[in-house]
Design a protein around this ligand. Structure first.
Ligand SMILES: [Zn+2]
Length: 83
């Protein structure tokens, strides 16, 4: 049994699971009303621009799909892991 060829990609959350995560967290109304902002650039995040969701300080933070925010998010995750 060799599974090494199927190592999970860095971006482990697929479009579909991001949608179910949104509903599991009860964020659907806020997303659809356009009142949730990206934690890095503060632009409104929609289902189309949502890149990732991560928990911090007992809240849920969102990341949009701008290259700059994805980069900041990656750095942020790295730092959090080193803590
Ligand atoms: Zn952003």
């Amino acid at each position: 049994m060799n599974r090494t060829a199927h190592a999970p990609p860095l971006r482990a959350i697929s479009r579909g699971s991001l949608d179910s995560l949104i509903s599991a967290l009860g964020l659907e109304p806020e997303i659809d009303e356009g009142i949730l902002g990206c934690d890095f650039c503060e632009e409104v995040v929609t289902r189309e621009t949502l890149f990732a969701v991560f928990p911090e300080d007992e809240t849920v933070k969102l990341v949009c799909n701008r290259p700059r925010c994805i980069k900041l998010f990656a750095l942020h995750i790295q730092r959090a892991r080193l803590r």
